[in-house]
Design a protein around this ligand. Structure first.
Ligand SMILES: Nc1nc2c(ncn2[C@@H]2O[C@@H]3COP(=O)(O)O[C@H]4[C@@H](O)[C@H](n5cnc6c(=O)[nH]c(N)nc65)O[C@@H]4COP(=O)(O)O[C@H]3[C@H]2O)c(=O)[nH]1
Length: 713
């Protein structure tokens, strides 16, 4: 019973072993896997059916042995297997190799072979169990993929366009050789980096913005722009960049395709330029002029600015053309264009509408009469003779001016008005300008007359100097005086500086005028000192135009020498707003003035926009509180606050203070109570002519000259 049940059990066990074995064989077949075992003691081998299948043999058709297996391998693979086996037994390396087997019918199979060493209880190696996996299909697939990738790469490499692709972090995943050439880097150097590694910051940021848009909107972006190659070559690229997706439809990157449209763009630019410019003078033509005029209107509207439109026509140009020929006529037009260009600013637009008609859009003016000053300059340069082929041509022009917005806000009307003003100029005898509005013409003519008169005034010595005392209010003593110019006009009488200084500044005449004042005032002060009088510190006004030239320092040095004036007797005043026009230039020249020993004061303080940090950099000794803040003291709260703030600021910066324009005892008391003792104003004295000033000095100054530079304490 027992035996029979044991037998039954053995039979059952055998049956189940057979089933497992069958399943194992089937599984190996499916997986294209074979397994083998090598007994290291008796050198016998077992091969599974899978091994036979991989070798292309029927199961058990050959007795398994190392030699038998090796016969399916070519020599290099035999060496590879042998070495792997030896290394495994020596414990040097794992057995994990790839090799080929060649079946009897000549087919080659790719195999991945792995094996492991087993030991007995004494740690002696007794067997190796290994597997061979047929990976031929996999390898074939890999090769095919590689082949298609090579074809694809070769295709994109042979496309002239620049092709690149990036991942979702904007990092390059690949590119073609045109792109390599463009960046001047190899593919290996490009892959893994982003645009910031290759382009200037702002270009890379621009590309990043475009790329972000693609991911955001999930659609292609088109971009055309000039880009510079690393070798400096400029190209116009039109780039289409689109997203690309994985098999699940998720965006995994973007691909860019850039076409070099440099030639097309250059042609386009050329045609565009030709369409918008006059061939003869290279100036904007009527089309571009219209466009610029529209822009000027838009800009002026936005900024609430004014601008002028000048319409210029050469006088009797037809006569030149008819009598001397078109070549000379063309030359005259070119010269005219060149000459006008020289007197207008860069931002102004000079156009040729056709024939001898030119227009100029003057956007750089701050007031209408500025346009007349420029018109006058243009008339003057056109009047200069033109020398050509032994001829000396004398030309003139007529200019009409319309103003935006004063005359009109519509482009068409502004042109029409400037044109009709130009005809008015022709009617007035040519070689002149006329505004569309006759009031403006009158104003401009008055201005021009005034300029001519100013010039004459300088030549004829019509200017005189007044002096206004500056007083230490505590002691009621004179500490200095400011020289103030007046114009003694032969017909109009005494003209105050406000009426002519701005024009003198505009025309540059202020420089000789100020130099004249400085000389006269110094000579006068030196005389007073010689007489034993003490006028205190002489304050001189200086225009910002002096700050621009490098002639001021040698001029003042010479003047001090020639007048015998001690630099310590002099204070130069410059207004805050003038310094702030070009602070760097001002700082440099004021430092040189200060180095001569001359005191520096900021005039009209509080009306400009200097910052504390800029103030600290200026080599100044004093601030003059503008009289507009003193006028309503002590009643106006705002003026009280401003003057207190200026006084506090001067204390912080360790600067002396002078208040201008004090007319009442209340103003003087307020200023004194708040720590400002030096006062210039009608309360003490109006500006006085030289004779009266002398008497004032005698009455109010101290006998002994002490500490002039920082006033008498
Ligand atoms: N209402 C009133 N006014 C007072 C009082 N105290 C003084 N003033 C006036 O305030 C002005 C002070 O001169 P500023 O601020 O340098 O202002 C000067 C200065 O910027 C300029 N200026 C005068 N002379 C010259 C000069 O020779 N060269 C330059 N570049 N500018 C000068 O002309 C401006 C005006 O000069 P002025 O008419 O002489 O006017 C003077 C003076 O007469 C007062 O209590 N009440």
């Amino acid at each position: 019973m027992y035996n029979s049940s044991m037998n039954n059990m053995n039979i059952e066990k055998n049956n189940s072993n057979i089933i497992i074995q069958k399943q194992f064989t089937a599984a190996q077949k499916l997986a294209k896997l074979g397994s083998w075992e090598l007994n290291l003691v008796d050198h016998t081998q077992i091969w599974s059916d899978g091994v036979y299948a991989i070798l292309g043999e029927e199961p058990q058709s050959t007795a398994p042995s190392v030699e038998a297996f090796m016969s399916y391998l070519d020599e290099p693979d035999q060496i590879k297997v042998q070495t792997a086996m030896q290394n495994l037994i020596a414990g040097v390396e794992e057995f994990d190799i790839y090799h080929n087997v060649k079946t009897k019918d000549g087919r080659v199979r790719n195999v991945h072979a792995r094996a492991e060493l087993f030991f007995d209880e004494n740690n002696v190696p007794i067997k190796i169990i290994g597997t061979v996996l047929d990976i031929s299909t996999h390898i074939k697939l890999q090769e095919e993929t590689k082949k298609s990738m090579n074809i694809l790469n070769s295709v994109i490499d042979n496309v002239n366009n620049l092709i690149f692709y990036k991942d979702t972090n904007f990092v390059y995943m690949g590119c073609n050789s045109s792109f390599e050439k463009f960046l001047g880097h190899s593919r290996e150097e490009i892959i893994g980096k982003d645009d910031f590694s290759f382009f200037p910051q702002e270009v890379a940021e621009h590309f990043r913005d475009l790329d972000e848009k693609i991911f955001e909107n999930k659609e292609a972006v088109f971009n055309s722009q000039w880009v510079t190659y690393p070798n400096g070559q400029e190209v116009y690229l039109h780039t289409t960049t689109s997203p690309f997706y994985d098999e699940n439809g998720n965006i995994i990157g973007l691909v860019g395709n850039a076409v070099d449209l440099t030639k097309e763009q250059q042609l386009n630019d050329k045609l565009n330029h030709q369409a918008h410019h006059d061939v003869l003078t290279k100036l904007p033509n009527r089309i571009l002029f219209s466009d610029r005029l529209d822009h000027a209107i838009e800009k002026a509207q936005r900024n609430e600015d004014i601008f002028a439109l000048l319409f210029l026509d050469l006088d009797r140009f037809k006569h030149i053309n008819d009598s001397l020929g078109h070549d000379i006529g063309d030359y005259v037009l070119q010269i005219t264009a060149e000459r006008i260009k020289k007197v207008i600013r860069e931002g102004d637009t000079l156009s040729r509408l056709g024939g001898d008609e030119f227009t100029i859009i003057l956007e750089s003016i701050s007031k209408a009469t500025d346009a007349s000053l420029i018109a006058k300059k243009i008339l003057k340069v056109i009047r200069k003779p033109i020398h050509i082929f032994n001829h000396e041509l004398y030309l003139s022009s007529s200019i009409g001016i319309s103003l935006y917005p004063e005359d009109n806000r519509v482009a068409r009307n502004l042109l029409k008005f400037a044109d009709s003003a130009m005809y008015k100029a022709k009617d007035e005898g040519r070689d002149n300008f006329q505004f569309y509005s006759s009031d403006m013409t009158d104003k401009a003519l008055e201005l021009i007359l005034m300029e001519a008169n100013l010039r004459q005034a300088l030549e004829k010595n019509e200017f005189i100097i007044y002096f206004q005392p500056i007083t230490n209010a505590k002691t009621n003593r004179l500490v200095g005086l400011e020289s103030l110019i007046r114009w003694m006009h032969p017909e109009k009488g005494l003209i105050p500086p406000d009426k002519f200084i701005p024009l003198a500044e505009e025309t540059g005449l202020i420089i000789p005028i100020d130099q004249w004042v400085m000389k006269q005032a110094m000579l006068q002060v030196v005389d007073w000192y010689k007489e034993g009088l003490n006028p205190g510190l002489l304050s001189l006004n200086m225009s910002s135009l002096q700050l621009k030239g490098d002639e001021f320092i040698p001029f003042i040095e010479d003047l001090l020498k020639s007048t015998n004036c001690n630099p310590e007797w002099i204070q130069i005043e410059i207004t805050e707003s003038q310094i702030m026009k070009k602070p760097e230039e001002a700082i440099s020249i004021l430092n040189q003035v200060s180095a001569l020993g001359i005191t520096l004061a900021i005039d009209d303080f509080g009306t400009g926009f200097s910052s504390l940090s800029q103030l600290k950099r200026l080599p100044i000794d004093k601030l003059k509180i503008d009289r507009s803040f003193v006028k309503e003291l002590p009643n106006d709260e705002e003026d009280v606050a401003i003057s207190k703030a200026i006084i506090a600021l001067a204390k912080t910066l360790d600067l002396h203070l002078i208040a201008e324009g004090a007319e009442t005892i209340e103003q003087v008391n307020f200023l004194m109570n708040h720590g400002c003792d030096y006062i210039q104003g009608y309360y003490f004295s109006k500006p006085l002519p030289q004779k009266e000033m002398r008497e004032y000095i005698i009455k109010h100054s101290q006998q002994i000259i002490e500490n002039t530079k920082n006033f008498v304490i």
